[in-house]
Design a protein around this ligand. Sequence first.
Ligand SMILES: NC(=O)c1ccc[n+]([C@@H]2O[C@H](COP(=O)([O-])OP(=O)(O)OC[C@H]3O[C@@H](n4cnc5c(N)ncnc54)[C@H](OP(=O)(O)O)[C@@H]3O)[C@@H](O)[C@H]2O)c1
Length: 349
Amino acid sequence: MTVADKEHDARTEPAATATMRAIVQREVGGPEVLAIEEVPRPEPGEGQVRIRVAAAGVHAVDTDIRRGGGPPSMPQTALPMTPGREIAGTVDAVGAGVDAGLLDTRVVAHVGFLNGGYAEYTLAPAAALHVLPDPVPFPQAVAAIGTGRTAQYVLESAGMQETDVVVIPGASGGLGSQLVQLALSFGATVVALYGGEAKRDVVDRLAPDDERDAARFIALDATDEDWPRHMTAVLGDREPSLLIDGVGGATARAALETLGRGARVVIIGWSSGDAVRIDTDDIIARSLTVTVPLGRRIAQLRVIEERALAAVADGTVSPPVDEYPLAEAAAAHAAIEQRRQQGKVVLIP
Ligand SMILES: NC(=O)c1ccc[n+]([C@@H]2O[C@H](COP(=O)([O-])OP(=O)(O)OC[C@H]3O[C@@H](n4cnc5c(N)ncnc54)[C@H](OP(=O)(O)O)[C@@H]3O)[C@@H](O)[C@H]2O)c1
C-alpha cells in the first residue's frame, strides 16, 4: 500500500512504470563512476517499507567500496549498485505484513549491507526504522543513525569519565565532531585536533555555549607541529588520559606521545591511510591500554541507535552536516577523499 492508495488518489501512476532518480555505480573507479540515472522505483517486499528519501548519509567506507576495497568485514558489493546505508525520509509505501499506520511517518534507518540510499526512494526493513521526533531534521538524523551510534558505542566502550582529558584527532569529520560533543556532555576535557585553517570554523562550532563548559574545550590545529606545546600551556599539570584515534599517521603519533601514565588508546580507524604506530616500548613506558572496539559484533545496536537519536533530539549533540545535492554524489565522495569534508557528508535528493 502507498500513501497515494491511502489518499484514494485515482491519478496515481501505476507502480510498475514509476521511475526515480538514483546514483548508479556500474564499475569500480574514481568518483566519476557515480552517475545519476532514471531507474525503476523499487517496490517494498514483505516486511519492508519504501522511504521517500530526504537525506542519505555518505560514509568514508562508501569511497573505499567505490574504489573496489572496503574492510574485510564487509561483503564485496555486486555491481551495478546504488550506495547508501544511512537514510532518513518519509514512509511512502509499505509491503505485506507491515502496519499501514507507518505511511507518511518521518523515519530514519541504517540498512546495513542493503544499500540503495543515494536515491529519491529506497527500501528498508520495517524492523530497522526509528520514528523521528519532530525537532530532529533529516540530515542530522542521518548523521546520528550510523556515525552517531558509532560515537556512542566508542565512548561507552572507552569507559569515558568526567575526569578524562581526551584527545580526538579528525575533530572536523563526521565521527570526530560527534565524539567531541558527546565527550563534552560526559563532563570530560576535550582536545579537538583539526587539519588546518579551513577546518577551524566547523570545530569551533563544537564549543559548548556555557562559559564554564567552554573551558573544557581546547581546539588545536594539528598541522602546527607545536600543538602539543599549546595544549600543555592550557592543561598545565594535567596530561591526556585518553586518545580516541580515527586518523593515524603523524598526528596520532604526536598525540600518543602526549599521553600520561595509565592512559587508554582507542583505535577506530586510519583516515590518513596509516594506523597509529604503537609498539610494546610505548605501552610499557606509559602503562597504556590499547583497544580496538570496532569490527566486532555489537550487541544492543538498536538501543545504541536510540541513544544516538535521543542525543540529537535533546540537543546534547548537534552534528555538523555537509550537504550535497543527490546528483553531486561524485563531488561528495571527492570531498571526503580530498579531506575537504566539514562534518557528516549528506546527500539531499
Ligand atoms: N563514521 C563511522 O560510523 C565510522 C565507523 C567506524 C570507523 N570509522 C572510522 O573513523 C574514522 C573517521 O570517520 P569519519 O566518518 O569521521 O570520516 P570523515 O568524515 O571522512 O572524517 C575523517 C577526518 O580525518 C581527518 N584526516 C586526517 N588526515 C586525513 C587524510 N589524510 N585523509 C582524510 N582525512 C584525514 C580529517 O580531519 P582533518 O582534516 O580536520 O584532520 C577528516 O575530517 C575513519 O578512519 C573511519 O574509517 C568511522
